[in-house]
Design a protein around this ligand. Structure first.
Ligand code: SF4
Ligand code: SF4
Length: 504
């Protein structure tokens, strides 16, 4: 076992109000520069929808992440991973032309307004207007797309219906989803997942990308980056951006200068809905590549299997032997992320089938599901309380495609638990649920009253210190991000380890 520490994240989607404050606070600090105008290291999408860049989840087109090959070199199950974006034969050619790279048209052409016209316009009968000016060419432009172009437009034929996650839904299910009476949506805030098996790191021909050994943050060394953009193609989440002014690639840095001084990343700090949680996870780096070679339906459980119990004395001993400090181990034991991901199994990775092992987890939204289940009348819930999940407003199949690689059982178990918490708490306040129904709910939701109280407290009443359990991070304690070459044989995203030693 090679125990590593990761600063990991949970976003609770029922709490997101789609205000975009997180995006703006990130932009003001990190991407308010020439060449970075079109970049949104943090963006918030409406789901169902096409997202930013447009249709980023269509890996048939973008070819990001990892694929599994049958005849592996022995990662336990005889299978191995290889990048979808490039192979040994075409990696060189794709340095010069990669047909799967997103272009500016896939993001949007950034613009500003000619505000001076508002002051300088000659007197006339009409109000002066500020025309849109391209931030790329400096010329007037017609605005045809933007980063939140399909914001709140779920149900529209142009955007929501093109959502890649709707593949596999029958015509009837689609019709139901877009019926005006039951149109439903949720917000999906996204940042770099600081993956445990980052395909961006593995793709870089210059070795400019690296994963910090001490906290798992994935960074690009700007002095080493040659602007090949292999990482832009390889990241399936499209969370690496090419700066057209500097000729280098850039990405979310999880505000590491703030973390190193005990502060919270900007997007977390400014989050109006308080949906974001930050904490440490301990994981076994030796098993990362192996864990991501299992079949799609088993991926969520496989990722869980490499996340370690921070109270296990053996894990603690090995973590210490790897240079992980007592403060980090203490933070891992108090981690809100560990509770959501491992203890309650409520938070799931986004598109685990890309096999990068994201370290940002999402509690899927219950409210758009319940909108239909409820049917406006509470007593309807009682008949077939849990079986009625099949009738939910947002199909389980759709949520499963996003959060459990198509495994509907996992999504259903999360929904059952979330519903059970909700109705358990309701039963304490209102006298409209009989004891038999409550105990059935708790049983089917695999929930105890103590656990329900804990989940409720961390979801609805957490203080800043409950949401962010941060260890002190000091660069002088930097740990190499090297994987174990004998075990991995270059088939995981940690293998470009030398660049870690050139750290920022
Ligand atoms: S592959 Fe993962 S770590 Fe790399 S940029 Fe994409 S989301 Fe971030
Ligand atoms: S600030 Fe928080 S609530 Fe607002 S959009 Fe961002 S994640 Fe959602």
């Amino acid at each position: 076992m090679d125990i590593r520490a990761q600063v990991a994240m949970v976003f609770h989607l029922d709490k997101c109000i789609g205000c975009h404050t997180c995006s703006v606070s990130c932009k003001n600090v990190w991407t308010d520069r020439p060449g970075a105008e079109y970049m949104w290291w943090n963006n918030v999408e409406t789901k169902p929808g096409t997202g930013y860049p447009t249709l980023w989840e269509d890996q048939g087109h973008y070819k990001g992440g990892w694929k599994v090959n049958g005849n592996g070199s022995g990662n336990g199950n005889g299978k191995k991973l290889s990048l979808r974006s490039q192979n040994k034969l075409d990696a060189f050619i794709k340095l010069f032309y990669n047909p799967n790279q997103p272009g500016l048209e896939d993001y949007y052409e950034p613009w500003t307004y000619k505000y001076q016209d508002l002051f300088d316009a000659p007197a006339g009968d009409d109000q002066p207007t500020a025309i849109a000016i391209s931030q790329v060419t400096g010329e007037p432009m017609a605005i045809e797309a933007g980063p939140n172009w399909d914001d709140d437009l779920s149900g529209t034929t142009l955007y929501a219906e093109n959502d890649v996650n709707l593949e596999g839904l029958s015509d009837e299910e689609r019709d139901q989803l877009f019926e005006i009476q039951r149109v439903s949506m949720f917000y999906l805030p996204r940042i770099c997942n600081h993956c445990a098996n980052p395909s961006c790191v593995a793709s870089c021909p210059s070795g400019a990308l690296y994963k910090r050994g001490e906290d798992g943050i994935v960074l690009i060394n700007q002095e080493v980056c040659k602007g090949w953009r292999a990482c832009v193609a390889a990241c399936p989440y499209k969370k690496i951006y090419y700066n057209w002014k500097t000729g280098k690639s850039e990405k979310c840095i999880l505000c590491y200068p703030k973390l190193e001084t005990g502060q919270i990343p900007n997007c977390f700090h400014s989050c109006v809905g308080r949906i974001r949680y930050l904490g440490v996870l301990l994981y076994d780096a030796d098993r990362v590549a192996d864990a991501m070679t299992v079949n799609d339906r088993a991926l969520v459980e496989s990722q869980r299997s490499i996340l370690c119990d921070p109270y296990d004395p053996k894990v603690v001993e090995l973590a210490k032997a790897n240079g992980i400090s007592d403060e980090f181990i203490d933070a891992a034991q108090k981690s809100p992320v560990y509770k959501y991901v491992m203890k309650w199994k409520l938070a799931l990775p986004l598109h685990i089938e890309y096999r990068t092992m994201p370290m940002l987890f999402y509690v899927p939204p219950l409210l758009p599901v319940m909108g239909k289940l409820d049917n406006g009348r509470y007593e309807n819930i009682m008949d077939g309380f849990f079986t009625s999940l099949e009738q939910s407003r947002l199909p389980m199949k759709y949520l499963a495609k996003m959060f459990s690689a198509g495994n509907e059982e996992i999504i259903e178990s999360v929904m059952k638990k979330l519903m059970a918490v909700r109705y358990y708490k309701r039963s304490l306040e209102l006298d409209d649920l009989d004891l038999v129904s409550i105990s059935r709910m708790m049983r089917e939701g695999n929930l105890t009253p103590e656990e329900a109280e804990e989940i409720y407290a961390l979801t609805a009443l957490p203080t800043t210190y409950d949401r962010y359990v941060l260890p002190p991070i000091q660069r002088e304690e930097a740990i190499s991000g090297t994987c174990s070459p004998e075990l991995c044989k270059g088939e995981c995203g940690l293998s470009f380890s030398e660049s870690a030693k050139r750290g920022l």
